[in-house]
Ligand binder design. Structure first.
Ligand code: GTP
Ligand code: MG
Length: 202
């Protein structure tokens, strides 16, 4: 899919104030600093569409972007950031949970995982939660540029094996990306394109 236009629409912490349109929607979620906002900029080919930072905890709200006047991309705050207060964590948690539970036009959640890391409980728990709530998701490995090809392959294999060894009978779609080198975005956009077609044919 070719991105012809990408615009910021609205930020908020209340799912009921998200855009009311029924355009198909895709959310990027994952630990703080995993590269959610960077990947949005990379696939949209727009440097400062979503705000990024080397310090974790940059994205604090639900951010809607309108793509090709036809679908929404959503940048969410990261989870697992140790330095926010407990109260702040609870507020985040509650609006993110509400977002996933209430947003009927959500077609797929892209769960981002830093490819350098071993499976982390917080991510596995979140996948479990998505599964229990019947929210379709895909795995998106980020920062692929940080590893050499062999280590990259090994980490992905170890990660997916750990998933299969735990709660999952089959793997969700898997994407491998680098925002720095701008790789993997095309596959991700093609997947979105397929889901958009399904949405519009129903
Ligand atoms: P929060 O909004 O805090 O949850 O973080 P985020 O997941 O949106 O991460 P963000 O996109 O702000 O990126 C965090 C840091 O990782 C920044 O310093 C980025 O430059 C860096 N980063 C993101 N993607 C990549 C990548 O593909 N490769 C490399 N090398 N660095 C990346
Ligand atoms: Mg962010």
């Amino acid at each position: 899919m070719h991105i012809k236009s990408a615009q910021f629409v609205i930020s908020n912490s209340d799912v009921d104030k998200c855009p009311p349109s029924l355009l198909p929607e895709y959310a990027f979620i994952g630990r703080s600093n995993v590269g959610k906002s960077s990947l949005i900029n990379s696939i949209c080919n727009k440097k400062s569409l979503a705000k990024t930072s080397s310090r974790p905890g940059k994205t604090q709200l639900i951010n809607h972007f309108l793509i090709n006047n036809n679908w929404h991309l959503v940048d969410l705050p990261g989870y697992g950031y140790a330095r926010v207060s407990k109260t702040q964590k609870k507020v985040f948690q509650s609006f993110i949970t509400q977002y996933f539970k209430k947003r009927k036009q959500l077609m797929n959640a892209f769960l981002l995982i830093d490819v350098r890391h071993q499976p982390q409980t917080i991510d596995l728990n979140f996948m479990q939660w998505l599964g229990e709530n019947q929210i379709p998701f895909s795995l998106v490995f980020t920062k692929a540029d940080k590893l050499k090809p062999r280590a990259l392959e090994k980490n992905i294999r170890d990660y997916t094996s750990a998933m299969l060894a735990s709660a999952w009978e089959e793997l969700p779609p898997v994407f491998v990306t680098s925002s720095l080198q701008r790789t993997g975005g095309e596959e991700l956009l093609n997947y979105i394109d397929q889901l958009n077609s399904l949405y519009h044919s129903n």
